[in-house]
Design a protein around this ligand. Sequence first.
Ligand code: PSU
Ligand code: MN
Length: 284
Amino acid sequence: MKAVVALESTVISHGLPRPTNLETARRCEQAVRAAGAVPKTIAIADGRIVVGADDVLLQRLANEDGVAKASLRDIAPLLARGALGATTVAATVSIAAEAGIEVMATGGIGGVHRGADRTFDVSADLGAIARHPVCVVCSGAKLVLDLPKTLEMLETLGVPVIGYGTDELPAFYVRSSGLHLPHRADDAPSAARIARAQLERGAGIVIAVPVPDTHAMDRAEAERSVAQAIEQAEAAGVAGAAVTPYLLRALGEGTQGRALAANVELLKHNAAVAAAIATELVSL
Ligand code: PSU
Ligand code: MN
């Protein structure tokens, strides 16, 4: 059996600016292939769930205006309407599980937003990972979130978060959040052994991989940009599903492209790590 890695598509349609989004989507697929696995980018198009978008669909996801951000709650309505939808981590793990795919790669998962005590904004990603037997390879959760609360919520839901070569939760553009992780794995075989044990329990797992050193941002600097972006979002009255895309865009602009470069780099790296873990999982 050949190793397969699912890739989400919200990052293409809503997480990265054009034309970097299409280039990065293709590069992530290449990174998976180079590591000996088969990439399957997941999306919703023309009334069907697509597992393994072709290049024409990647182009549509990257360049069409008004592509829907498809979280779990959106899958059925988008299918019924025949609309184009880019799947979040939540939607992607649910579709991957159905398709028998054990590993997915992304940049950062969604989580508990800052101010969630007022807004109740907690990403569907967390519950979806808990419920579906898929190994999610990412650089932790996006720095724009409340990371301590996100980690607490993952614990509550029973989702193991494994530091990949680290004892601390990575914070997306930044290698470490300073938050301790109780479990780690230092290479793909050991990550795969933990993943296999968890998938056999019928539930998901997060493998948290720090952004490569060469592109990591300084924590204090990144924090300042995030605080600014959040202020802008609140002033603009942005809420709900629009929050994450808005903040990522504001951050890109606020850091003269360094956040964007880090984002692209960690996406490619996570795709390669996911492929290595998927390859190990096949023989376990
Ligand atoms: N990480 C990125 N860019 C993104 C996302 C994550 O670098 O665009 C997306 C993922 O698809 C994730 C989603 O599942 O944001 C979370 O959105 P929300 O907080 O609305 O659940
Ligand atoms: Mn949300």
